[in-house]
Design a protein around this ligand. Structure first.
Ligand SMILES: Cc1cc2nc3c(=O)[nH]c(=O)nc-3n(C[C@H](O)[C@H](O)[C@H](O)COP(=O)(O)O)c2cc1C
Length: 209
């Protein structure tokens, strides 16, 4: 539970294609940096006063404030209420590999063994936080190359703040940081190549070198 945080991380983005994904990526980098300093954080995309933050940040026309995170010292012990709240949010549970990582095409599961050097990278993606822990993204690895296509599989409601777009930005951030830490080089591209999938929205593709 977050109690009287003195500080928040927040950001605003101009409305437009890709903005929420950029925000998710950039905000997660800040959050991970804070966590590496021993600070406590928590993504808040719903349970905060967007209007109060928008006023405090002087949000301009055409800008969105998608989410914030309190910043504080983590409590040494979790309370009973914390336990109940994290249970309600399905905290720590994650979808199994076979549901989210695929080989060649959706429906063919990719095992950690088949992911090779990228197994740890994908595990970091799997553990990425997402709104309501929905993990609304899927990854398809090409059959015989370290090429990974990232898709959104859920629309996430009709509002302006489409949380799945933020969630996939977080997942991309985890992928890139983990690949970098393991010395796996590559770059992002917008091309779907052979990876177009009906009903899923392609966001980005990692082309390993
Ligand atoms: C974009 C986004 C929005 C979120 N919004 C909220 C929120 O409004 N309130 C909240 O308590 N948790 C929020 N969360 C936290 C998620 O519920 C949490 O990351 C998820 O349940 C996984 O929990 P765990 O990392 O503790 O396992 C949000 C997470 C993300 C990524």
């Amino acid at each position: 539970m977050v109690k009287n945080p003195g500080f928040f991380i927040a950001g605003a983005v101009p409305r437009g294609p890709g903005a929420l994904t950029d925000f998710g990526y950039a905000m997660e980098r800040h959050i991970l940096e804070a966590v590496s300093l021993g600070l406590g954080t928590c993504w808040l995309g719903g349970t905060f006063s967007r209007s109060a933050f928008s006023r405090a940040m002087g949000l301009r026309d055409g800008e969105l404030l998608p989410a914030v995170s309190p910043l504080g010292i983590p409590a040494a012990e979790k309370s009973l209420v914390d336990g109940v709240l994290s249970f309600a949010a399905r905290s720590r549970l994650r979808r199994p590999w076979k549901e989210i990582f695929h080989r060649g095409r959706p429906g063919v599961p990719l095992s950690p063994g088949e992911a090779g050097a990228y197994a740890e990278v994908l595990e970091c993606v799997r553990m990425a936080p997402s709104a309501l822990n929905r993990q609304p993204w899927r990854v398809v690895r090409e059959e015989s190359a370290d090429v990974f296509h990232f898709y959104i599989v859920s629309e996430g409601g009709g509002g302006e703040i489409r949380l799945p777009e933020i969630d996939i930005g977080i997942a991309l951030c985890h992928f890139e940081l983990a690949a970098g830490a393991l010395g796996l080089s590559g770059s992002w591209s917008g091309k779907t190549g052979s990876g177009g999938v009906e009903g899923w929205t392609h966001i980005l593709t990692w082309e390993g070198r």
